[in-house]
Design a protein around this ligand. Structure first.
Ligand SMILES: Cc1ncc(C[n+]2csc(CCOP(=O)(O)OP(=O)(O)O)c2C)c(N)n1
Ligand SMILES: [Mg+2]
Length: 329
């Protein structure tokens, strides 16, 4: 390797790492701001924040191509931003405005963007898994070499859909990458209270689906594991599962008094916050200086403020459109 290629590959590496950091910060600041406007009544309904789990969406999304499909849950703001859905459309959706990604009809839990193959946003726990299997079946029948990445929580592993979906995906060898976001709680129910076996990755193996547990607070470990697993899924058409061990720093939704866990536990996990941890790693590698960080923070702030302004200025859906798109014509 020449000195020039070494320099350009290390510049590309630095650029990539800064991009990962920017994406995680965008999710964090977008959600902090959405929490502010929720408190003053601009956003109605439930708001489930992904704060603490940003490394999973950002790390996992890197290997997916525009042709691959994504299925998520009601905690999907991070997946949508990491997929490249515009912050403007997402904030407008939270506001219920007509310019939102689901025309303001879905709100926080129902982001959708068929063009980017982002197939929701599901409020039903485990509801996304059979849909992911169906998308992968369609791709396989059409002879398209695509991966469907399906994100779901530890709570979904206790649902029948998890077991039916892994079984069928393996039986029919469908290209699904199951990504379990194990944040140790399903609403106020701790993992050990609802699962007889708390090693969730091992449950996939009961169906012959290869699986492994990954540190879900380390964006680089997530990126590496996902890109290897997705490559195998793409090549073999068979499913795999990754269990991302992570933690949410906020309540289940903004309406959660958090009586089921101690403040000390939350503080302990915050020591593993994926964003400061990654910043420290980049500083140690001498890939991030104060001006870089200030520039990223400023550009993220600008993007989030522009999204709020866009949502504020956007129109509501007109009354005469109320029955439009309710039934298929
Ligand atoms: C089928 C179904 N049962 C119950 C609920 C109520 N509910 C909403 S979120 C949730 C917890 C799910 O936890 P998990 O899958 O771990 O996801 P997390 O919220 O931790 O991201 C429950 C039980 C629901 N939405 N759907
Ligand atoms: Mg959970």
């Amino acid at each position: 390797m020449t000195a020039r290629t070494t320099r350009s590959s290390s510049a590309a590496k630095k650029q990539h790492y800064l991009d990962l950091l920017r994406q995680m910060l965008l999710i964090r600041r977008f959600e902090e701001r959405s929490s502010d406007v929720y408190q003053v009544g601009k956003i109605r309904g439930f708001l489930h924040l992904y704060i603490g789990e940003e490394g999973v969406a950002v790390g996992a999304m890197q290997t997916l191509t525009p042709e691959d499909a994504i299925v998520s849950t009601y905690r999907e703001h991070g997946h949508a931003l990491a997929r490249g859905m515009p912050a403007n459309e997402l904030m407008a959706e939270l506001y219920g405005k007509a310019t939102g990604c689901s025309k303001g009809r879905g709100g926080s839990m129902h982001f959708f963007d068929a063009e980017r193959r982002f197939y929701g946003g599901y409020a039903i726990v485990g509801g996304g898994l059979p849909i992911a299997v169906g998308l992968a079946l369609a791709d396989k029948l059409m002879g398209r070499k695509r991966v469907t990445a399906c994100f779901f929580g530890d709570g979904a592993v206790a649902e029948g859909e998890f077991h039916e979906s892994l079984n069928l995906a393996k039986l029919w060898n469908l290209p699904v990458l199951f990504v379990c976001e194990n944040n140790l709680y399903a609403m106020g129910t701790a993992l050990a209270v609802s699962h007889s076996v708390t090693d969730l990755a091992s449950k996939a193996q009961a169906y012959g689906v290869p699986s492994q547990a990954i540190d879900g607070m380390d964006v680089l470990a997530i990126e590496a594991a996902t890109s290897e697993a997705a490559a195998r899924v793409r090549a073999s058409d068979g499913p795999e599962m990754l269990e991302m061990r992570t933690y949410r720093f906020r309540g289940h939704s903004l309406a959660d008094p958090e009586l089921y866990r101690t403040k000390e536990e939350v503080e302990r996990w915050k020591e593993h916050d994926p964003i400061p941890a990654f910043i420290q790693k980049l500083r140690d590698l001498q890939l991030l200086g104060d001006p870089d960080l200030e520039q990223i923070e400023a550009s993220v702030k600008q993007e989030v403020e522009a999204a709020v302004a866009f949502a504020e200025a956007s129109p509501w859906e007109p009354l005469e459109d109320l029955t439009k798109d309710v039934t298929a014509s």
